[in-house]
Design a protein around this ligand. Structure first.
Ligand code: NDP
Length: 486
């Protein structure tokens, strides 16, 4: 085995842990690195370093000084673009074309965006009349919350991690990050960039490991962590809430989804097909915002199914370096088993398999990789497991509908509430339907079009809280009111 080592990053230096675990390449399931698993000692050291850094130079810097350093972090990622790209693609198997357009540039941009935002955001102020006629002035101060635990998933590792670390640091906090065990590389590499950019030791710490009885749980149950921000599965989010309950610790949760697309007969079908192709199959379907339930108005149902099938069958499966490929493997063999179990379940439930439903043919060298076919089903009821449970693979079920009220009710008939896409050329209908969807995000005639100043997050079991723009500041700062009697 090639034994690259991926280490914890604590107090500005790389450290081994209590043991090692293997990191495998999802394209061929070969081990390419040993990852240092942090035990309690390493997590304690990371939290202590983060606490100390709050009192040190980081805690005394002006907003402008912090912002300048975070700009250097973003520039440092960009300067080492190829290294970050290679690391992200090796961990996830995703096409270079995707990671070079989304994961790495947005990962860098998250530092600049929040640094600039924090410099410019106002706080409120009130003048109060008092009986003596002299009055009082109130003004609000935003102060960092302290040490933030950041627990991340594997689907967009650098992007989703910096989406939390960017605002946390911009607001003056320090962080202890636990990347997913599947994607440890870019978080570790970022430690080098932090040092080069002049981020003081202890401000950014990374501990590797798993959830229960490992680094994840040690962070979320640590008494000296002030808040935890988490992106991942709804079940894990519940465990993290329970862990923090005794400390009355704030949590920000970005959780799962079972997102619908509503395609009306008056939609521009070229746009609807292009958008739905991306929302179902991008990143091999491993996007929290991805569409797994498509509802199409009956007059265009057959045409839509046929066109999406043609699109799916045109996808080219391959390794990150394959320039022709636009779909990689799933992140791991374990996740492949989960997705394939749903492919089997769909067949058992009597779904019509429009395309896919199994594993693709790949060259012998890739036979052990986590490959699955892009898959489309029709014919299942809204109560089937395929329509209710998040699969997180390159697949969707397409159902016909007959009227607007019906499709609004069916689109909302899920325990999740992350996002939906509405496809129609009728502007009144678009606004009317958008206002009725129980989701944190609604796209009309688009998908994944993100203005980073806008609120991002899910309702129902898709999460608690909103991130993005000033909404990130709500979580990463403590608002204190100062009342001055004149
Ligand atoms: P998981 O919930 O399995 O894991 C997320 C992170 O939590 C990992 O680092 C994991 O560690 C860690 N973890 C697991 N159990 C615990 C625990 N008890 N205490 C503390 N940490 C724990 O999610 P996935 O990584 O599988 O990511 C996919 C999920 O993320 C999907 O449900 C998807 O919808 C959701 N997601 C939501 C987004 C949103 O914005 N709403 C965006 C992207 C994804 P380890 O992996 O090492 O076990």
């Amino acid at each position: 085995m090639s034994t690259a080592k991926i280490l914890n990053f604590i107090d500005g230096a790389y450290r081994e842990g209590r043991s090692w675990f293997e990191k495998r390449n999802p394209c061929d399931n070969q081990v390419f690195a040993a990852v240092a698993e942090a035990g309690k000692d390493e997590v304690d050291a990371a939290v202590a370093a983060a606490r100390k850094a709050l009192r040190g130079p980081w805690g005394r810097m002006t907003v402008h000084e912090r912002a300048a350093i975070l700009h250097r972090v973003a520039d440092g990622i960009t300067a080492r673009f190829e290294e970050f790209l290679a690391a992200e693609c090796r961990d996830t198997g995703k096409p270079r074309s995707l990671a070079s357009h989304i994961d790495i540039p947005r990962g860098a941009a998250n530092f600049k965006i929040f640094a600039d935002l924090v410099k410019n955001v106002p706080t409120e102020s009130f003048v109060l009349d008092t009986p003596d006629g002299k009055g009082a002035v109130n003004y609000a101060l935003r102060r960092p919350k302290g040490v933030i635990g950041v627990i991340c998933p594997w689907n967009l590792p650098l992007l989703l991690m910096t989406w939390k670390v960017g605002p946390a640091l911009a607001c003056g906090n320090t962080v202890v990050v636990k990347p997913s065990e599947e994607t440890p590389s870019t978080a570790a590499l970022l430690g080098e960039v932090m040092n080069e950019a002049g981020v003081p030791p202890g401000v950014y710490n990374v501990v590797h490991g798993f959830g229960p009885d490992s680094a994840g749980e040690y962070i979320t149950s640590h008494p000296d962590v002030n808040a935890v921000t988490f992106t991942g599965e709804t079940r894990t989010g519940a465990a993290i809430m329970r862990a923090g309950a005794g400390f009355i610790r704030p949590v920000s949760l970005e959780l799962g989804g079972k997102n619908p697309a509503l395609v009306f007969a008056d939609a521009d079908l070229d746009k609807a097909i292009e958008g739905t192709m991306r929302s179902v199959f991008a990143n091999c379907g491993q996007v929290c915002l991805g569409t797994e339930r498509v509802f199409v108005e009956r007059p265009v149902f057959d045409q839509f199914v046929e066109r999406l099938r043609t699109g799916a069958e045109g996808l080219v499966i391959g390794t990150p370096d394959d320039k022709a490929a636009n779909m990689g493997p799933l992140v791991s063999r374990e996740h492949q088993s989960k997705v394939l179990s749903y492919y089997q379940k769909a067949r058992d439930l009597g779904a019509a398999v429009v395309t896919g439903g199994g594993t693709p043919e790949v060259p012998a060298a890739l036979a052990e990789g986590a490959w699955v076919q892009p898959t489309i089903w029709t014919g299942l009821g809204d109560d089937s497991a395929i329509m209710r449970e998040e699969i997180f693979g390159p697949c969707c079920h397409i159902s016909p509908f007959d009227d607007e009220d019906e499709v609004v009710a069916r689109g909302n008939d899920t325990e999740y509430g992350l996002c939906c896409s509405i496809w129609t050329e009728n502007a009144s209908k678009a606004h009317r339907v958008a206002s009725q969807m129980d989701t944190g995000l609604v796209w009309v005639n688009s998908w994944f079009l993100r203005d980073l100043r806008t609120p991002f997050g899910g309702s129902k079991r898709s999460g608690i809280g909103r991130e993005g723009g000033v909404h990130s500041l709500e979580f990463y700062t403590e608002l204190s009111n100062v009342c001055v009697k004149l």
